[in-house]
Design a protein around this ligand. Structure first.
Ligand SMILES: Cc1ncc(COP(=O)(O)O)c(C=O)c1O
Length: 509
């Protein structure tokens, strides 16, 4: 029996009206990728060209062209117009070419000689995000690349390259360039009330590496880890990939609910939190909760991972002190990143670990690729020590507050009846909540078809969210892009709302 694909594979079809690649080619690429990754299994019947065209808001010809190309190349079988199926014998099979993602997804890694750990990684393969073809509204997590002081950065870079010290070209220190560790330690002491010495700082390739190392150093397979619900998928994936048993603990207006966590899993070995700015909802963990969490962790002998990913950007009140600064028992592993304050491809971040853990973390960091690139670490040190870092953060705080205001206003103007977007006190994204019970995955698909990214809130929940919403990053986009993006998002929301009304009517008949 044929399996039907009632809808397009979730999130896989991303068409960009502004790209130079023709739409039919973009659709062809997305479908081919989904077929090879096993997300559209052999024998699956595709939606009709009419339904697909409607769903993606493109002309029927665009879809016919894409389907015909896939038919001609053997990825699909049947006939456009009277039923098109994913081929049972794929061209790569015929050519005897192994496509790694497909074989991994299909077999769940079985029979490939993978370790148990390797099989867990294989299961993650299809979900690993690919680099987008362009940075476009409202992709979150990206700072203002248009306002980065490139001149200053390139001068500092040129200075090091003109006469590089031997020590910067040879193998470097696994724990990180010592002057950078000193700069990070004093910056954290002053601005985040982190209590540490440079000897506790370990430089890593961004926060993601920090989570991976933490999981490997502190967790055994099967150990329980509390994660925030909703929470950051990158951290969940790292702990899960290390074999941890994730326990999803709800957050409320005061942050992680410690009492609920204790009831769900009293033997947790590790707790992951974003106390300064809960990801993705944005609240701040209250002082009583922070104290309760540290107290619980001390008594249970659990580790607390504090992810302080974007706390430099706070628009109301004074910057908040870190959880680490309140810890008197050496339970907190503090994680920070330069991805949001500078730029993500720099791949530099840091861990601050209790003294007792330093040796194990440094060894784990060395195993994972010796050390981060030395010249970039040296440039970053100068950037901090010469005052550019502080200046850049101050300028960006003003710019991001403006951009956030423009986004909130334009959403109100364009779709205030269907979207509820409140200003956020911190960070570089906000959550726009959907009214009238709209499905956020559906809105996200409609938005993508119009060249706008709007990540569905349901993607951050292990269970089901109470209400639909979308995550919108605003820091990287100028006023014109934000206004245009908001108008397109409004169109997407209206399209979802009218599809929903039509469905309700159909059911009622
Ligand atoms: C909550 C949170 N933590 C950590 C990161 C990771 O940053 P990176 O691995 O780029 O340092 C992100 C990135 O979006 C994030 O949203």
């Amino acid at each position: 029996m044929a399996k039907y694909s009632s809808a397009l594979p979730n999130g896989l079809i991303a068409l960009d009206g502004e790209s130079r690649t023709p739409l039919y080619r973009q659709l062809y690429d997305s479908l081919r990728r989904a077929i090879l990754a096993g997300q559209l299994a052999p024998g699956t019947r595709l939606q009709s060209t009419r339904e697909t065209a409607e769903e993606l808001n493109v002309s029927r010809n665009t879809v016919v062209n894409a389907y015909e190309q896939l038919l001609a190349e053997g990825y699909l079988e049947g006939q456009v117009g009277s039923g098109t199926y994913v081929s049972r014998a794929l061209p790569e099979d015929l050519l005897n070419v192994k496509v790694l993602t497909r074989s991994l997804t299909r077999a769940g890694g079985k029979g490939l000689g993978l370790s148990e750990r390797g099989k867990v990684f294989a299961a993650f393969a299809p979900g690993i995000p690919r680099a987008p073809e362009q940075v476009r509204p409202f992709q979150p997590g990206v700072p203002a690349l248009d306002a980065f002081p490139l001149d200053t950065w390139s001068k500092l870079l040129a200075r090091h390259w003109r006469r590089p010290a031997d020590t910067l070209l040879g193998y470097g220190e696994p724990q990180g360039h010592a002057p950078l560790r000193r700069a990070v330690s004093s910056y954290l002491g002053l601005s985040r009330a982190v209590r540490c010495t440079p000897e506790q700082v370990v430089i890593v390739d961004g926060a993601q590496m920090a989570f991976d190392l933490t999981a490997r150093v502190l967790l055994d397979p099967g150990d329980a880890a509390w994660m925030e619900e909703p929470g950051y998928p990158g951290a969940r994936a790292a702990f899960r990939a290390a074999g941890a048993r994730l326990v999803h603990v709800p957050v409320d207006a005061e942050g992680l609910d410690v009492t609920a966590g204790a009831a769900l899993e009293p033997r947790a070995r590790l707790i992951y939190v974003t106390p300064s700015h809960q990801f993705p909802l944005g609240m701040t963990m209250s002082l009583p909760r922070r104290l309760a969490l540290l107290d619980w962790a001390s008594r249970a002998g659990a580790w607390v991972v504090e992810d302080d990913f974007d706390s430099e950007y706070r628009y109301e009140g004074r910057p908040l002190a870190s959880l680490q600064g309140l810890d008197t028992d050496g339970r907190v592993v503090y994680v920070g990143t330069f991805s949001k304050v500078l730029f993500p491809s720099l791949r530099l971040g840091y861990l601050v670990v209790p003294n007792s853990l330093v040796a194990a973390f440094v060894a784990a960091r060395a195993m994972a690729g010796r050390h981060s690139p030395s010249i970039e670490q040296a440039v970053l040190t100068d950037f901090i020590d010469e005052g550019h870092f502080g200046r850049h953060i101050r300028r960006m705080r003003t710019l991001y507050r403006e951009r956030q205001t423009i986004l909130v206003e334009s959403l109100k103007e364009e779709a205030g009846d269907l979207i509820e977007a409140e200003p956020s006190a911190a960070g570089i994204h906000l959550v726009a909540w959907l009214r009238d019970g709209l499905d956020d995955r559906e809105v996200s698909r409609e938005a993508l078809a119009r060249g706008v990214e709007a990540r569905p809130m349901s993607a951050f929940y292990a269970g089901s969210p109470g209400r639909g919403g979308v995550e919108l990053g605003y820091a990287a986009y100028n006023e014109e892009k934000i206004r245009r993006g908001a108008a397109r998002l409004a169109e997407a929301v209206r399209a979802s709302a009218s599809a929903r009304r039509a469905n309700t009517r159909r059911r009622a008949v």
